[in-house]
Design a protein around this ligand. Structure first.
Ligand code: ATP
Ligand code: MG
Length: 440
């Protein structure tokens, strides 16, 4: 029996005894009798009532009734399930008459969409608590991150309601523009919850998981900012990204490998120029970057990077070294200068992308249900991946500020003509765009 249940059991038993005594119960060594026709003993009766009341109040308060009825029921349900599962999993210590669990502190936010579980660390369970997949004990909630507090006394598990959707559906392009105007100029939204800083990005996922579609969302945001982003489109497979690129910026779109290398060289050339410009600006404000001075960002987007990498791998060493050093230059220097790489690929093994290059990309997204190997190569070994059947455009991401451990992301559904929207978002494109809106 759990410790708390044992306490309730003792309280209820004492209430029953007090109640029986109030009815005139007498116990002798021969028999136990209740004489209900005797006068009720008020003192014992009140004691019984007080004990029952104390038990009920303690039960309600310890299950957080003061936070509302929904909160109470949700708390009770999750906690009960958690305690049972912890006992089954051997997290309880058997004391003389009861089972003692590590101290549990469970909290939810107001709308019960996410919460936090704190478990007291113990010598006995330390490693086990670190490794356990806690999501299975939390019902509809899935753990997104877990860590040990600075003093090492508690394990914290942050969880979200897995049944909720954070996916946005844009029925029209105007709706998209309306939403986008509330996003700061140098930031991008991934779904309803997450708005990330503009930074290098690696987008990974099996075929058909929604990578290119996720790119459309990001491209449309970039094309509709106050400060217009300069986008470069490299699509070695010559699929839809090439169609979009060539319809809005032919000179910044490349399909065959040679022209992609030339495009990358031009991109890096501009980055070097920016370096000179920024150097002068930084003299007045040393600890800042391109965004402080309102400069426009440059983005080099490469869909199906793996097929580019595999062609380059078969080129002569000079070409291989050149491409490698260009990519490294952007990855290592681009952040302050406002030059970013967005690489899209199905797998991120070291055979397809240099480990050092991959490790220097801060925003990493894996869409769809990928193999364990893909998660390991993208996020590193020993990282907990939320258990879930990822649908189209859904996956997980890591980012140094918002998601040091993989968090759920659900890319928006763009229920409008994407090509038309891209054209109308860029100068020289078809002029069917919604009224210009001011960005934050
Ligand atoms: N966020 C989303 N919401 C709704 N539908 C989506 C979403 N993402 C993708 N889809 C659907 O899935 C289809 C496939 O997506 P997409 O072409 O982006 O996959 P991919 O990962 O780029 O595949 P490949 O590796 O073969 O290029 C899209 O045509 C679209 O219909
Ligand atoms: Mg694709």
């Amino acid at each position: 029996m759990r410790k708390k249940n044992m306490e309730y059991f003792i309280l209820i038993l004492s209430a029953m005894i007090a109640f029986a005594l109030s009815l005139g119960a007498r116990a002798t060594y021969q028999y136990f009798q209740i004489d209900i026709f005797n006068k009720i003993n008020i003192g014992s009766f009140i004691s019984a009532l007080v004990i029952v009341l104390i038990t009920i109040i303690d039960y309600l308060i310890s299950n957080k009734i003061y936070k509302g009825v929904y909160y109470f029921f949700n708390y009770r349900k999750v906690r009960n399930r958690l305690e049972k599962q912890m006992i089954d999993a051997g997290f309880a210590i058997k004391r003389s008459y009861y089972l003692e669990l590590p101290r549990i502190r469970l909290t939810f936010n107001k709308d019960l969409s996410k919460g936090r579980l704190m478990l007291r660390n113990t010598l006995k369970f330390d490693v086990k608590l670190d490794k356990v997949v806690m999501s299975s004990a939390l019902g509809k909630y899935i753990v997104e991150r877990h860590y040990l507090t600075d003093d090492g006394n508690y394990y914290i598990y942050e969880f979200v309601d897995g049944s909720l959707s954070f996916k946005i559906e844009f029925k029209t392009f105007n709706e998209f523009l309306e939403y986008n105007k509330n996003i700061p100029t140098y930031k991008l939204f991934l779904d309803k919850r997450y708005v990330v800083k503009l930074q290098h990005c690696l987008l990974v996922g099996m075929t058909g998981s929604g990578k290119t579609y996720a790119l459309y969302n990001l491209i449309l945001q970039m094309l509709n900012k106050n400060v217009k982003y300069e986008l470069y489109y490299a699509d070695p497979k010559g699929s839809s990204l090439a169609v979009i690129g060539s319809s809005i910026a032919k000179d910044r779109t490349a399909v065959d490998v040679d022209s992609i290398i030339v495009l990358l060289e031009n991109f890096v050339q501009l980055m070097r120029q920016r370096k000179g410009e920024l150097k002068k600006l930084l003299e007045n404000k040393i600890d800042s970057d391109y965004s402080t001075f309102g400069l426009k960002p440059y983005i080099f987007i490469c869909d199906e990077y793996a097929s580019l990498a595999s062609v380059i791998a078969s080129c002569e060493k000079k070409t291989r070294d050149k491409v490698k050093s260009l990519l490294y230059e952007v990855i290592l220097q681009g952040r302050q200068l406002g030059f970013f790489l967005f690489l899209v690929m199905q797998k991120s093994d070291a055979t397809l992308i240099d480990t050092a290059l991959r490790d220097n990309i801060p925003l990493k997204i894996v869409l769809g249900n990928s193999e364990q190997q893909t998660y390991v190569t993208t996020f590193g070994a020993g990282v907990e991946i939320p258990n879930r059947n990822y649908k189209l455009g859904e996956g997980i991401f890591t980012e140094p500020v918002l998601a040091q451990e993989p968090k759920l992301v659900q890319c928006p559904y763009l229920n409008f003509n994407i090509l038309q929207a891209c054209k109308s978002s860029s100068p020289g494109g078809v002029t069917t765009r919604a009224p210009e809106t001011k960005q934050l």
